[in-house]
Design a protein around this ligand. Sequence first.
Ligand code: AMP
Ligand code: MG
Length: 487
Amino acid sequence: MPTQFAQIPPALRFQQLSANFYTECPTTTMPRAYVVAWNAAFAAELGLASEREQSNLADYLVGNQTPQDNTPLATVYSGHQFGVNAGQLGDGRALLLAELRDPQQQTWEIQLKGAGPTPFSRRGDGRAVLRSTIREYLCSEAMHGLGIPTTRALAIGGAKQTVWRESAESAAVLTRLAPTFIRFGHFEHFFYHDQPAQLQELADWVIQHHYAECQAASNPYLALLSTVIDRTAQMIAQWQAVGFCHGVMNTDNMSILGLTLDYGPFGFLDGFNPAHICNHSDDSGRYAYNQQPQIGLWNLHCLAQALLPLVERDDLLAALARYQQQFEDAFAEQLRQKLGFVQWYEADWTLVTDLFELLQATQTDWTIFWRTLSHWALLQNDAALTDLVLDRTSLQAWLERYQQRVENESQTAAERNRAMLASNPKYILRNHLAEVAIRKAEDEGDYSEIERLRACLADPFSEQSENETYAQLPPSWAGTLSVSCSS
Ligand code: AMP
Ligand code: MG
């Protein structure tokens, strides 16, 4: 029997942690709740009743009612924001509502984001705007469709409530899930507050529930860090491969599980510009696309520092020293798949570097280029590529080298084509696609585009004839869109 939303059990596993880690925090009611989005496919995977019509669903999604009348928790964390120790932050607008064990025996923490103020709200209102909620809902599911580790999105609840940002906007609440929402910043919190016993308690809890394989290591905390380093390198390599820019890679937005977390002013590359800054508020470009791999390491240094009470300094440094190679290996693996190679050779980096220079010089659309190259692998139809990459001479010279390279491989062109189509997505969540869904929702109260787009992005490697327009170059008005931290 699928579980009704109302019957999801409280966060008992999280509450094994002592009271230092959270405070009980009731939600704040919102008037006239309604369902904006309901991810029925994900609900079914979770063993939840998938119908949108279950009783009082909207009230549960905005926090007017809680499953089993349980009181949610707000957790405390700290973090480095834009390179500076920001001190205590915490769940200022996210509440841990419940925990769900799915039919595959995976346990999920369920959070409501935007369900009202908490003791950690500082000057914030504890709310989230419909606009940013739709963006997080869509991007979480798009990233999952792309095979990139991420928190998931189940639903959006709306209400007749206005919140103030640069202007008046509609409030909304996102229901999101992850095996845990613990961040690097949770560890930093107990380190900077000089609470080594709590730090150890947190590390033990994370290992017990999420990194059981580290338990047997001679120092489980070092094993934990090494695994987090590896997962973070993997995740960022996957970001780079699809052209995803996170926008706010502060340590409080870094998941201890190596999941993409806290979607704010994110963006996907259109034309290939390695220095692309997706976050309008990021003046210095600290979190530009080409900075992400090294920022990942910077953030891991913060985590390692927080583990100083538990691990010898030299061991932490030795683990961090492996990041660069782990990232390069993971990125090479992504490129191998994108290029349709059976094996990766060191010399392939030259081919890639020359391609990146060509794409950058001509600002070629990242996603469309790779998808078109995947078709070229079978059909060798130069016209489609030369329309895209405007420097025809350089392109043809590069394609000749590429063709020579693949001729040494055992795969047939058809096999290569199939593998490349499964690695180079046709559909990504470009800003303008989210914007159309947001406009319809805000201006017309029409939420159908959210679900249509979500379903398309859930299957980004398949040809979907009805969704061709989603795969096209951004329209000219997209150039005027700007996303900031305001959410
Ligand atoms: P973010 O930039 O969204 O990752 O948030 C950074 C910190 O600010 C976290 O502690 C959030 O909980 C908090 N925060 C962001 N927006 C709000 C808000 N509207 N109300 C309360 N806290 C917020
Ligand atoms: Mg955050």
